[in-house]
Design a protein around this ligand. Structure first.
Ligand code: GUN
Ligand code: ZN
Length: 430
């Protein structure tokens, strides 16, 4: 043991894999558990007393009955939409034109971008989120702002310049060439620097010309270790628009595939109204989908089929600010509610997995984050399972850990986040 070791005590819930595939045997619960961390990594997970005996010099932080989980991973968000979250009364295309584009136009201003980036990271870490895959705006400065802020906090963070060269206001359009050049320069500057990763980010087919999609497909081919993120089949009107803009495409997914933007490291947000051919093709290439349930109900998009997780990696995400919350707890609750509307009650184990290991796998980060296991980075979220009177009185009846955590999933907010650890360091003053 060294002085730099920290032993974090509490209840521990550790998943070794996807409970959807493996059942509850994938989960291990320690009622009096502990997580030992050193140099930013988890070194051991197990019985608290045994870890204490084996590491007598470790600095102890005792969270009592609070539940230690991996930090939440938000697999799809737009940090520049922080200040327009919960904007009323529009569906996707009108919502973009009315609220989103005017706000995103402000991000050419570095001071503003930096201000929102810091505000956004304050909000997500207060909600137990330690990694996000975020869209930025067309402005390279918006990427620099969020990466600089995430790096200062030591966060593992993914982001990319949002590319669009048509069907957007003039001050929010790049070109095929500038999208390629700017993305390429940002990628070279940021990708793999510390805990940061660059994601090639065409916004979606309606706002990119075929030339721009091809340029970004070529960039991805040059950097196959990078992820590529975009939106797919979110809303019915949007799909009809894509059909008219790309008359030769077999379907929405084909607009990406035809331009080199379909691959195993592709991360496709929403994916609600998929054709059988699209599902088969996504499965074939091993691409990942991201479920954004608060957004899909808020903007009125539809109900994602979680059954797709039987055959594809599926992450969970807020989709801030189309999504109506910064909280992955609220997002899990919405996923549960959407499941109910589709006739599938998602188990708390699956909800927790989607928000941690499931999102990590969708982002190809499963060897780095999303689980409580030795060698995984020590990003943690500690949940107070009795954070409000309403939750406390329900939780007091619980006979299993699943019953104990479900009221917090359904009713919890940032008050339930007892602590967030980034690379082993607490975010809130202790
Ligand atoms: N489709 C294209 N851009 C966006 C966006 O910013 N939010 C959502 N929800 N869908 C999109
Ligand atoms: Zn989105």
């Amino acid at each position: 043991a060294t002085l730099a070791e920290r032993l974090i005590l509490g209840q521990v819930l550790a998943f070794e894999g996807d409970p959807r595939a493996l059942g509850l045997a994938a989960a291990r619960h320690e009622a009096r558990g502990g997580v030992l961390v050193r140099d930013g990594l988890i070194r051991a997970v197990g019985d608290g007393a045994a870890l204490r005996a084996a590491h007598p010099e470790a600095r102890i932080t005792d969270h009592g009955d609070a539940l230690i989980l991996p930090g939440f991973i938000d697999a799809h968000a737009h940090y520049p939409q922080t200040a327009i979250i919960a904007s009323w009364g529009k569906r996707l295309i009108d919502w973009l034109n009315t609220y989103t584009f005017p706000e995103e136009a402000r991000f050419g201003d570095t001071t503003y971008a930096t201000d929102i980036a810091d505000r956004y990271l304050d909000l997500v870490t207060a909600n137990g989120t330690t990694t996000v895959a975020s869209y930025c705006t067309i402005h390279p400065a918006s990427v620099d702002a969020i990466f600089t802020a995430a790096q200062a906090r030591g966060m593992r963070f993914l982001a990319g310049k949002t590319c669009m060269d048509r069907n957007a206001p003039g001050n929010l359009r790049d070109t095929a060439q500038s999208a390629f050049d700017d993305s390429s320069a940002l990628l070279k500057n940021w990708h793999g620097r510390g805990r940061l990763g660059y994601i090639i980010t065409p916004r979606f087919s309606p706002t990119s010309s075929p030339e721009q999609l091809s340029a970004l497909g070529a960039l991805w081919a040059d950097h196959p270790d990078c992820l590529m993120q975009t939106h797919l089949s979110e809303q019915v009107d949007e799909i009809a628009w894509v059909r008219s803009l790309y008359p030769d495409a077999r379907d929405y997914l084909d607009t990406y595939e035809a331009h080199g933007l379909l691959g195993e490291k592709g991360v496709y947000g929403h994916a609600i109204h998929l054709e059988p051919r699209e599902i088969a093709r996504l499965q074939e290439v091993g691409a990942a989908l991201v479920h954004c349930p608060t957004s899909n109900t808020f903007i009125g998009s539809g109900l994602f089929d979680m059954g797709l997780a039987d055959t594809m990696p599926v992450g969970l995400a807020t989709d801030t600010g189309g999504g109506s919350s910064f909280s992955m707890l609220r997002t899990m609750a919405a996923a549960y509610e959407v499941g109910q509307l589709r006739g599938e009650a998602l188990h708390p184990a699956e909800l927790l997995w989607r928000a941690t290991g499931g999102s990590a796998a969708a982002l190809h980060l499963q060897d780095k984050i999303g689980r409580l296991a030795p060698g995984i980075e020590a990003d943690l979220c500690v949940l107070d399972l009795a954070s409000t009177p309403a939750i406390a009185q329900r939780q007091a009846r619980a006979k299993t850990i699943w019953e104990a955590v479900f009221p917090t999933i359904m009713m919890g907010d940032d008050r339930a986040i007892a602590q967030t650890y980034i690379a082993g360091e607490p975010v809130k003053a202790v």
